[in-house]
Design a protein around this ligand. Structure first.
Ligand code: ZN
Length: 262
């Protein structure tokens, strides 16, 4: 019964809140890595984007006006992660807050002596457990072009939302029943330790060294690479690539190769 009701609601949202063709085309053009998807997949992605935008509020902060295209571009990057997963992976929080540029998060923490400090370093993005995703539009826009920046801020922050679903930011999203958690853990710990050693030695890694910060950052940064430059991840950390391919239910490296060969 609930399933039927949910489908009926979704159909109504898809009918009444469809994205106009021109806006959809413009938004796709902003994200060159989406070229790997077939027309049928892009249609499915479009439906997910409509449902995502219905479920979440995308709110401008500090005077930033979020345009319809910005809404779709942000939602596209959130939904590409769950193209073959249930959108319920993003349940439990409501807002995406968009600043025009970097922002100072204003969190406070208490040190061992009981002194309260305020975080004053500006950030480009942040994902809060059970809270909003916060993005700097300037950085979302710059990192749409992987070739020039080697990063994708929006994918990074939405990947954190997936790995935080277990309640803590530990780099491990809830795995589907067919995946073995001990295998995931073994693969990720081995790759993380290896990457940390490379960064500690001062190696200039093709993968952003920020991934060595914590297991959560390792998952978020490697998720960016998985979607935007999948052959790099497959080449550097094959076992991680294979775990990601099973978790995300996508094979982006093979897709990119098919595209190049066509
Ligand atoms: Zn992060």
């Amino acid at each position: 019964m609930f399933g039927a009701l949910r489908r009926w609601r979704q159909q109504r949202i898809l009918r009444t809140q469809a994205i106009p063709e021109g806006l959809w085309r413009d938004s796709l053009e902003a994200l060159p890595f989406l070229a790997m998807y077939t027309d049928a997949e892009l249609q499915r992605l479009r439906e997910k984007v409509v449902l995502f935008l219905n479920a979440k509020s995308i709110i401008g902060a500090r005077g930033h006006r979020v345009t319809p295209r910005q809404r779709v571009v942000i939602a596209l990057q959130a939904c590409v992660l769950v193209l073959n997963l249930d959108l319920m992976y993003y349940d439990g929080w409501e807002n995406v807050i968009v600043y025009p540029d970097e922002f100072v998060p204003g969190w406070e923490w208490e040190d061992e002596a009981g002194v309260v400090h305020t975080h004053e370093e500006p950030l480009a993005g942040e994902a809060m457990e059970r809270g909003p995703v916060i993005l700097s539009w300037a950085d979302v826009e710059a990192s749409q072009d992987w070739e020039s920046t080697g990063m994708n801020l929006a994918i990074h922050e939405f990947a954190h939302k997936l790995e935080m679903r277990n309640g803590v930011a530990n780099g491990c999203p809830p795995l589907p029943p067919e995946m073995a958690p001990h295998v995931w853990k073994r693969v990720m710990v081995a790759a993380y330790d290896h990457f940390q050693r490379r960064v500690a030695k001062g190696e200039r890694t093709a993968i952003d060294p920020y991934a060595a910060e914590s297991p959560a950052e390792f998952f978020a940064v490697l998720s960016e690479v998985f979607f935007a430059e999948p052959r790099l991840l497959r080449h550097e950390y094959l076992a991680v690539y294979q775990q990601f391919a099973r978790f995300y239910r996508q094979e982006p490296a093979a897709r990119v190769e098919m595209l190049r060969d066509a």
